[in-house]
Structures are given as C-alpha cells and as structure tokens.
Design a protein around this ligand. Structure first.
Ligand code: NAP
Length: 300
C-alpha cells in the first residue's frame, strides 16, 4: 500500500510509520514541527489548507491515516477556536482531498467524544463531548462522514507506549516508583488503556482490508489510572505504598474529563485478526519495550 500518515512524529503516528515500513508498505510520514523518524518525510501544516493538498500531491496515497491533531486537552479548553481549526476544519480538507483522489481515509478519533456517564461505549452509542477537545474531534468525525467517500473512524482511548521524545503515563509511573518517589494518580476516571503497537497493527489491518464505518480500537480492559499504576507496581515488584490515589478534582485540570469513557471493543474482537489486548498483556509488552529502549531498542 502507498500510505500517507499525518502526525508522523506523534506517539501514534511514529509507531504507525515504523510498523508500516516493517510490513513493506510505501510510507509517507507527514512532518509538522518535530522531525519524523520513519517513512518518507512530507511537510504538512494543518493550519495551512494548501499544504494538505500538496502533501497529497507529493505522496499520491491509496490510504490516508489522519492521526495528526491538537491533543493537549487542557490547551484545547483554553483555545477552543484553535482546536476546531486543527481537529475539525483541517480534517474536512483532509477528507475532501481523499475523496478527490480516491483514497481510503482512516480518521483517528477518541473516547472523549463520549460524556462518560455510561462507560463501555459501543460504536452505535451517541457521542456527547464534555470538553472542547472532544467537541473538536467529534466535528472532525462529522466532517469525515459528510465529505469522504470511503472512510473508517477508529476511536482510540488512552494510548501508551514507547516514544523517543515523549513519555506516556506508565513510563512516568515506573520512573517515579523505581526512584522510590511518591506518585499521585486519579482513581475516579476510567478509560480503556491502549498499547500503541497493538493499536497500530489493528489499524494497519483496517487499512489493508478497507474496513469501513466506525470502529472502537482500544485495549479491552476498563481501568483507572490507579488500576494501571497498581498493576505496573505488581508486575515489576515495586512498592505500591508510593502510589497516592487522588480524585480528578484534586488535580485541578482546565478541562472537564468524562468519568468513564471506556470502549466496548466487541466489533474489533470479531472483525480483526489482531485482537485488542488486555491491560496485563499490554503493560508486560510495554515494560519489555521500555527496558529494550534504554539499550537502544524500539517498541515491540
Ligand atoms: N493522546 C491521547 O490520549 C489520545 C487519546 C485518544 C485519541 N487520540 C487521537 O490519536 C491521534 C494521535 O494522537 P497522539 O497521541 O499520537 O498525539 P501526539 O503525540 O500529540 O501527536 C500529534 C501529532 O500531530 C501533529 N500536529 C499537531 N499540530 C499539527 C499541525 N498544525 N499540522 C500538522 N501536524 C500537526 C504533531 O506534530 P508536531 O509535534 O510536529 O506539531 C504530532 O505529530 C490524534 O488524532 C488524537 O486525537 C489521542
């Protein structure tokens, strides 16, 4: 496949490019400010709509995976107009170009499109975002449905994995616990933590088989950050007493969070050969890749 991956330097996009290159695909990795590590770099600024057209022109993709976004939830809350421009308006242009050029479009969306009152959301459940980030991503979904011809919207929840320049929540917790430092983690927000390499393999299967519609692609275990921290300490034999449970409200974040935005992944379990991983398997793989990376390895 000839692929264009937007957000090629991001947590998800970087791993996606790595997996796709390993599988032998021709990968164009869209680069904004940070450099991309894998694939053929193509310049892209979602705030400059003409650069979207030129990224398509240079890569002539059969499949586009649109993973670039403004992902800082609190920043989106402080700058909702910017969130809409990047996550929604630019997505409409990405969708328009995909239609014009006959490319299959996969849009990476989020569990934050839901309000979190119910949990274990299915693809047919009604979104109702509670913050500006969730609203901007939902508007991105609407644009994909209205504008693109052939598309899949995949919803991801709390990704974690290895990245050469970024640290995800389990990495942060591990580093503190190993140093014997206390760590404050929320006990009252539930999501479906997703091991990024597992997500990327599922996503590439969606691309290869042109799976259409909405698909929840996350880990298969509903968990709070406290659950994740405790499981990590268990798996590593570290001191759980260093983990201090706090409520979300004590963290004084700018944006409201959905209380339980966990995703039901039954459709993915049935449809895909690569299955959504359980939390323990994902965390075990993460620990291996984390220590591998210290020796110069990469995510497994
Ligand atoms: N992170 C989460 O918790 C989470 C949860 C659910 C769903 N998602 C979704 O998953 C996707 C990937 O997220 P991620 O975790 O990989 O995010 P990330 O690590 O923050 O990466 C975001 C990527 O988007 C690029 N980008 C930002 N602004 C851009 C612009 N104006 N023009 C072009 N590219 C731009 C960034 O490039 P530069 O760094 O060079 O600006 C970066 O490569 C996103 O669509 C996100 O909404 C994320």
């Amino acid at each position: 496949m000839r692929l264009l991956v937007t957000g090629g330097s991001g947590l998800v996009g970087r791993q996606l490019c790595l997996e796709a290159v390993r599988m032998g695909h021709e990968v164009y990795a869209a680069e904004h400010e940070a450099c991309v590590d894998f694939g053929i770099p193509v310049k892209l600024d979602l705030l400059d709509l003409s650069s979207i057209e030129s990224a398509y022109e240079k890569s002539r993709p059969e499949v586009v995976i649109h993973a670039a976004a403004l992902t800082d939830v609190d920043l989106c809350e402080r700058h909702p107009e910017l969130a809409l421009r990047i996550n929604s308006d630019a997505t409409a242009q990405v969708a328009f170009q995909a239609k014009r050029r006959g490319a299959f479009l996969i849009y990476v969306s989020t569990d934050y499109v839901f309000d979190g009152t119910k949990g274990m959301y299915r693809e047919v459940d009604e979104p109702n975002p509670v913050n500006a980030y969730g609203l901007s991503k939902l508007k991105g979904e609407v644009a994909v449905k209205e504008v693109a011809e052939e598309w899949c919207i995949v919803r991801l929840s709390t990704p974690y994995g290895f990245h050469s320049r970024k640290r995800t929540f389990p990495g942060y917790v591990m580093e503190r616990l190993v140093r014997g430092e206390r760590v404050r983690v929320a006990y009252d927000q539930f999501t479906s933590p997703t091991y990024v390499p597992n997500f990327c393999r599922m996503l590439l299967e969606v691309a290869e088989r042109s799976v259409q519609g909405i698909l929840h692609l996350s880990g298969r275990t509903r968990a709070s950050r406290l659950d994740v921290a405790v499981r990590l300490a268990d798996l590593l034999g570290l001191d759980k007493d260093l983990i201090e449970p706090v409520s979300l409200s004590e963290l004084k974040l700018d944006a409201r969070r959905p209380r339980d935005s966990s995703l039901d992944v039954s459709r993915a379990m049935q449809a895909l050969k690569e299955k959504p991983m359980a939390l323990d398997s994902g965390l075990s793989m993460f620990i291996r890749s984390f220590y591998g990376s210290k020796k110069g390895g990469d995510a497994v």
